[in-house]
Design a protein around this ligand. Structure first.
Ligand code: CP
Length: 306
């Protein structure tokens, strides 16, 4: 299996390699590294950043993309055809399959069905490993290294897949201090918390909107309607970042967000030196190029699937 299903598929050396490769793409240049390759974009849920990001990243590497199906067609097609059959039919012509799906088991099922590398672009409320790599790349770019970072991760940590993968990815680094901030019923799931702490990093979990004394504030969002129930306006307001809330931040702290933003960050924050989320988004192209190169690298026999 040469794809990317979970961020913890990657050892620290592989993440370091991806960070180095992404840095090499920051000049915005183009290459022919994947000339002749076809990348399938199979997005059964809405996406702008991830889908367009991989489309553009493929083009910058000389590859072409094909879109297998979009959200509008999902229910009709998925009711008639299994994901396994769909991916088997893509396998002969495609060198990489970028997959977003509402089913948590989708990446593993697709990877079991085909030899083509599967890149998990978000599976239900489970993981979003490519977003985590973009986020880790942003932290690296903002402070020069990821080891030793202090971070507050704020929002619906129970269901937000980007938050799960970020904490899992940070568990590969050393000396990380993470504070998970959420309403009590929307706390970070225990397996991610345990994995992070077991790696020797420091984890604090709180229901207080405490974003002080950290270098990075990662706002994942808190929708009004979560799978766990409706959240009142008052509760959502408690975990929102506005100009007044910036007074609690450490000097030099930076605010990240996987986007799309709903209302977790007041637009007033955008023009302050704390805001780094559009810079983070812009860094995504270089990391997605690095990911495609990583998963599509020819195997020992020269075939792309390895
Ligand atoms: N951050 C993220 O996954 O955005 P999209 O849903 O637009 O891909």
């Amino acid at each position: 299996m040469s794809g990317l299903l979970k961020v913890t598929d990657l050892q620290r050396s592989s993440i370091d390699g991806l960070l180095a490769a992404a840095r090499g793409h920051l000049d915005g240049g183009r290459s022919e590294a994947l000339a002749g390759a076809i990348v399938a974009l199979v997005f059964a849920e809405d996406s702008v950043r991830t889908r367009v990001g991989f489309d553009v990243a493929a083009a910058r590497l000389g590859a072409r993309t094909t879109t297998a199906f979009g959200p509008k067609h999902t229910s009709r097609m998925s009711s008639q055809e299994s994901l396994e059959d769909l991916t088997r039919c893509l396998e002969p012509g495609c060198d990489v399959i970028c997959l977003r799906h509402h089913d948590r088991t989708a990446p593993q099922r697709a990877a079991a069905a085909v030899a083509t590398p599967i890149v998990n672009c978000g599976n239900g409320d489970d993981e979003h490993p490519t977003q985590a790599l973009v986020d880790i790349f942003a932290i690296d770019a903002l402070r020069g290294e990821v080891d030793g970072v202090s971070i507050a991760i704020v929002g619906d940590l129970r269901h937000m897949r980007a938050a799960h993968s970020l904490l899992a990815g940070l568990s590969r680094f050393e000396g990380v201090r993470a504070r998970c901030v959420s309403p009590p019923e929307l706390a970070m799931p225990e397996p991610y918390a345990t994995q992070f702490s077991a790696a020797g990093n420091e984890l604090e979990q709180t229901t207080q909107m405490d974003v002080g004394n950290v270098e990075i504030v990662y706002m994942t969002g808190l929708p009004a309607d979560t799978p766990h129930g409706h959240l009142s306006k008052e509760i959502r307001a408690r975990y929102r970042l506005d100009r007044r809330g910036l007074e609690d931040l450490a000097p030099g702290a930076r605010v990240l967000c996987p986007l799309p933003r709903v209302d977790e960050i007041d637009p007033d924050v955008d023009t302050t030196p704390f805001a780094a989320y559009f810079q983070q988004n812009a860094l995504g192209l270089a990391m997605r190029m690095a990911i495609l190169e990583h998963v599509a690298a020819p195997g020992e026999n020269g075939s792309r699937h390895g």
